[in-house]
Design a protein around this ligand. Structure first.
Ligand code: PLP
Length: 332
């Protein structure tokens, strides 16, 4: 294990370390299943984003910013975490959201509103084609109001945010050592790529026997291989004193997206119900349930040889409520 990896400045915001718990589930044979409970990084701050934001907001502070701007879907966990952290730390916050304003806010959107974030809503096509411009306009608005904005990219996945899961990998490696786990397969959902990039790079450094499987929830595998390379390159460029080798310990599967990003399908809802009722762990419909279902399917297809399977629960609990109808049927 490398000693003294030079981490950049970081705020202490998440409840860490999160537990690594055994999970019992029928039908997994000789495998041992573990859950890294990153859904417990905080109650309202639950999930993976806060790990990245510890580094990203430290950078924003160092640059003298007083307002955080970021973007995502209407039910973005990342936007909710950013809005609540902004409120906690005394920053202003503006969210650029994809989709029309609903009549009644639910889930993450409701929490972002409660946190006092200024929110602009944009039709899906406009958001997809003009996001940099929309973020620029938000920054201009804030500057015109006398504020100093800092723009956080989608999912806080960039050369700064990637440190969140490099540090998480170091935490995991310590927990593996305590439990005698040497060659695990570590599984996570991948949406903007930063969690996967950090885990792959971090485990490559801290637990060389580990392999990482990213289960795509939106784009294809090539997109994520590119995103991982880009985030790590940006990190190397920004922190030139740090040596982060290119990881070769990961792969991405793109077979479990279903109809599209944030669109569930019966197996996803059933997975949420089965895991909740069998273990008390609640997965979310957009990210973690697709990844968990993908992991079980890969197992059944005989694509997994590792004895220890470590599922990284990256949060998303508030995404359960907007899917109440489908989940209520699955629970019966
Ligand atoms: C609950 C949850 N899990 C997983 C992810 C995927 O993480 P990343 O964007 O770093 O790929 C996200 C965000 O996109 C998320 O909100």
């Amino acid at each position: 294990m490398p000693k003294g990896l030079a981490y950049p400045d970081r705020l202490s915001l998440a409840q860490l370390p999160t537990p690594l718990q055994p999970l019992s589930l029928p039908g997994i044979g000789e495998h041992r299943l573990w859950c890294k409970r990153d859904d417990l990084t905080g109650c309202l701050l639950s999930g993976n984003k806060i790990r990245k934001l510890e580094f990203v907001i430290a950078e924003a502070q160092a640059q003298g910013a007083d307002t955080l701007i970021t973007c995502g879907g209407l039910q973005s966990n990342h936007c909710r975490a950013t809005a609540l952290l902004a409120a906690q730390l005394g920053f202003g916050c503006e969210l650029v959201l994809r989709g029309d304003e609903p009549q009644v806010a639910d889930g993450n959107l409701l929490l972002s509103q409660l946190a006092g974030a200024a929110i602009s809503y944009h039709p899906v096509r406009r958001f997809q084609h003009h996001l940099p411009q929309l973020l620029q306009e938000a920054a201009d608005r804030q500057r015109a109001a006398g504020r100093t904005p800092y723009v956080i990219p989608t999912g806080a996945s960039d050369g700064v945010g990637v440190w969140g899961y490099i540090a998480a990998a170091e935490e995991l490696a310590g927990q593996f050592a305590e439990r005698g786990i040497t060659e695990p397969l570590v599984v996570c959902a991948t949406g903007s790529g930063g969690t996967l990039a950090g885990l792959a790079a971090g485990l490559n450094l801290f637990c060389p026997g580990a392999q990482v499987l990213g289960v795509a929830v939106c784009d294809d595998a090539d997109y994520f291989y590119r995103r991982v390379r880009e985030d790590l390159n940006a990190c190397r460029k920004r922190y030139s004193q740090v040596n982060i080798p290119e990881p070769e310990n990961y792969r991405v599967v793109e077979d479990y997206i279903g109809p599209g990003y944030a669109q569930g399908y019966p197996e996803v809802f059933e997975t949420i119900a089965t895991v909740a009722c069998g273990s008390g762990v609640v997965l979310d419909p957009v990210y973690t349930a697709k990844a968990f279902y993908g992991m079980l399917k890969e197992l059944r297809l005989g694509h997994v040889t590792a004895r220890d399977l470590v599922f990284v629960h990256t949060g998303g609990i508030f995404g359960v409520y907007p899917e109440r109808a489908a989940l209520a049927s699955a629970a019966q």
